[in-house]
Structures are given as C-alpha cells and as structure tokens.
Design a protein around this ligand. Structure first.
Ligand code: GDP
Length: 138
C-alpha cells in the first residue's frame, strides 16, 4: 500500500555536504518526494519533536545536536514507506549498520547518525503534520 513517511537529513549530514547524495539514495530507492524544506529547528521545535525521549540521558544532547545547524525535512511516499526508509537508513547506531545504508555511509555515532525516519505509520502521520500543512503535501 502507498504510504507516507517523514524524514530529516540531520545537521551533521547537511554540514558535511551530503544532502544531495542522501536525496539521490532516497529517490533511487523509489521514494517520491512530496514536500521538502531546509530549515534550522528552534529549540522548542526540537524538544517537541523528540518529546518521547524527554527524560532520557541523551535528550539534552540530542536537542542541542538537532538545533546546531540547518536540517532538511521532507515528506516521502512509496509502498511501505516507513519500513523501507528504515531499511535504507540502517539502525540507530551507525556502527551496527549494514553496507550501503545512509547511516553506515554518513553517520558518525549513535547520536550523529545523519538521518531521521518515522518509526511507524501513526508516528509518520503525526510527524508529517508537525512539519507540513495538508496543502504542502502534493
Ligand atoms: P531512531 O528511530 O533510529 O532515530 O532512534 P530513536 O528514536 O531511538 O532515537 C532518536 C535519536 O536520538 C537517534 O536517531 C539519535 O540521534 C539519538 N539517540 C538515540 N539513542 C541515543 C543514545 O543512546 N545516545 C545518544 N547520544 N543519542 C541517541
């Protein structure tokens, strides 16, 4: 079934000049880009986006990382988009990621791991609404 997901190219990968290469991987993997924007997250946005992690040992550091420079947020569509994007990304820790995954290629460590992708269809819909209005998702 056609499905949508939310992805973010994180500040480490944008700063390293890997935006274009990651977008190419995403398109070559069969995703259609429905919407895309470069922006710098405000602290409150990053805190709210990662609300489920509030209280965890890495929360403060994660919020600081996600606000340190611009990110690229995008809405993506394809069959089983959520699971297929997670496959393309690789696991949270780049050290455990398979060859050819975004995190293996461009991630540095468990925090600075280059890319975000929604972890479930319900999360995806919430995260899409967080960044995009309905009229932007064309
Ligand atoms: P994801 O779905 O693979 O992005 O992983 P999570 O939802 O569990 O975590 C969200 C983000 O928090 C990750 O992508 C990392 O940037 C960061 N993160 C997760 N676990 C850790 C950790 O143990 N230490 C640190 N410093 N950051 C973490």
């Amino acid at each position: 079934m056609l499905e949508r997901t939310l992805s973010i190219i994180k500040p480490d990968a944008v700063a390293a000049g890997c935006t274009g290469k990651i977008l190419a991987m995403i398109e070559e993997a069969g995703f259609r880009i429905l919407a895309l924007r470069m922006q710098r997250l405000r602290r409150e946005q990053a805190e709210q986006f990662y609300e489920v992690h509030r209280g965890k040992h890495f929360y403060e550091s994660l919020v600081r990382f996600m606000t340190e420079g611009p990110v690229v947020v995008m809405a993506l569509e394809r069959e089983d988009a959520v699971a297929r994007l997670r496959d393309l990304m690789g696991p949270t820790d780049p050290a455990k990621a398979g060859e050819g995954t975004v995190r293996k290629l461009y991630g540095t460590n468990i925090e600075r791991n280059a890319i975000h992708g929604s972890d479930a269809p319900e999360t995806a819909e919430r995260e899409l609404r967080f960044f995009f209005s309905t009229s932007e998702l064309v």
